[in-house]
Design a protein around this ligand. Structure first.
Ligand SMILES: Cc1ncc(COP(=O)(O)O)c(C=O)c1O
Length: 386
């Protein structure tokens, strides 16, 4: 067992696999976490990009309570209007190129189903992914996750071959995406990889190459999607159209739900019982999807993300921060000191940020309701770190 974990684990029955922050949250509202010992902490991390609406959002809470009271669960075999509405709303939110939505429970599961469709449609055996990618922990999603084999994969073999291409390198694409490639999967802005933006040229070149060799293009927008870029999806921001998008995290604002969005070409390849799930598309999950889309659209949250992320860029190149990367509220602060030293120092000053796979990048994933006054607190804390 990792020494850091064993020394910080509480004496309980939880599997000791997560290093624990030295705070205990007892309540949260808006962008604030309140701890057992009376501290008030500015949450710039949002529970790994989940708490998009912040904490205690009235519309989200009402929707969940109302659905729990009226019918907490029925499976996909039983038609329910809330499920129909959630799929319609999500497809429309994504901009109209997707005509079907398959609801599941986690980002990894959404990615697995996207891969299943690509293998079924092409009858090929390989996937191309990108250096630095994180796509989840299951056997297939872990196979697409860069460096998993060295860190935690543990399965004796991966279920298919994966070719990892360098980030943003248009000239490398052709060697990795060939007539044997079933699909390319890419995070348009990498999350765990360090809030790293792939750029329009690279993504457009992937689209072009997929079309040339007959491969499918999958955007994993589990972290950057659902308004976090300041657009519904990063696909909308870049103007590059994938065949499938996977979404999770912000999609439920804390209630577990994920989705696979499919274009008509993929939808046409579906057959009855070709995909399945028990919990996916449950009425409570669908009620929160509706509430999340409504809140993002009706409360102007994407405009807020664009404005406030620009404010972070223009005011927070101070203290240890030398630059910025990422998009919207998947924001990377490039630092001259190691992020893993700075993160606990900021937490002592009541600001919660994340680290990433890039040792020089502090990752910010705040709720979309963050305001300039909150960013001023981050700036002050960074200045104090020197
Ligand atoms: C881009 C991306 N894809 C997939 C996943 C996996 O999602 P989940 O943990 O819900 O399976 C994550 C989780 O961090 C992610 O960031």
């Amino acid at each position: 067992m990792n020494a850091e974990i064993s020394s910080t684990s509480p004496p309980d029955h939880l599997a000791p696999v997560f290093a624990q922050y030295p705070i205990e949250v007892v309540h949260a509202d808006g962008v604030w976490l309140h701890t057992r010992d009376g501290r008030k902490i500015l949450d710039l991390y949002g529970g790994h990009a989940v708490a998009a609406l912040g904490y205690g959002h009235p519309g989200w809470t009402r929707a969940l309570q109302a659905q729990a009271a009226s019918c907490n669960f029925q499976s996909n075999a039983v038609p329910m209007q809330v499920r129909v509405r959630a799929a319609e709303k999500l497809a429309r939110f994504a901009g109209g190129s997707f005509d079907s939505v398959f609801f599941v429970n986690s980002g990894a599961e959404a990615n697995e189903n996207a891969l299943r469709m690509a293998f079924k449609m092409t009858r090929r055996r390989q996937i191309a992914a990108v250096v630095g990618a994180f796509h989840g922990r299951t056997a297939a999603a872990g196979a697409l996750t860069y460096g998993a084999a060295e860190k935690w994969y543990e399965f004796p073999r991966t279920p298919f071959d994966v070719s990892f291409m360098p980030r943003r390198d248009v000239s490398a694409i052709a060697a990795h995406v060939t007539q044997d490639t079933a699909a390319v999967i890419v995070e348009p802005v990498q999350g765990v990889g360090g809030a790293f933006d792939m750029g329009r040229d690279f993504l457009a070149a992937l689209r072009q190459r997929c079309d040339a060799v007959g491969a499918l293009l999958i955007f994993d927008e589990v972290q950057i999607g659902m308004g976090r870029s300041g657009w519904p999806f990063a696909a909308n921001m870049y103007g590059v159209a994938p065949d499938m998008i996977t979404a999770a995290k912000a999609l439920g604002n804390g209630f577990p739900v994920a989705a696979l969005l499919m274009t008509p070409r993929v939808t046409a390849a579906l057959k009855l019982e070709g995909l399945g799930t028990t919990f996916g598309g449950g009425p409570m999950a669908c009620a929160v999807v509706e509430a999340v889309v409504d809140a993002i659209e009706n409360e102007g949250l994407m405009a807020n993300v664009q404005r406030v992320s620009q404010y972070i860029r223009s005011t927070c190149t101070v203290g240890p921060v030398t630059g910025h990367q990422g998009a919207g509220f998947l924001h990377g602060l490039i630092c001259k000191r190691p992020a893993k030293e700075l993160q606990p120092e900021l937490l002592k000053r009541n600001i919660l940020c994340g680290t990433s796979g890039d040792p020089a990048v502090l990752r910010l994933l705040p709720p979309y309701i963050l305001q300039e006054s909150h960013v001023d607190l981050l700036r002050e804390a960074l200045l104090a770190l020197g």
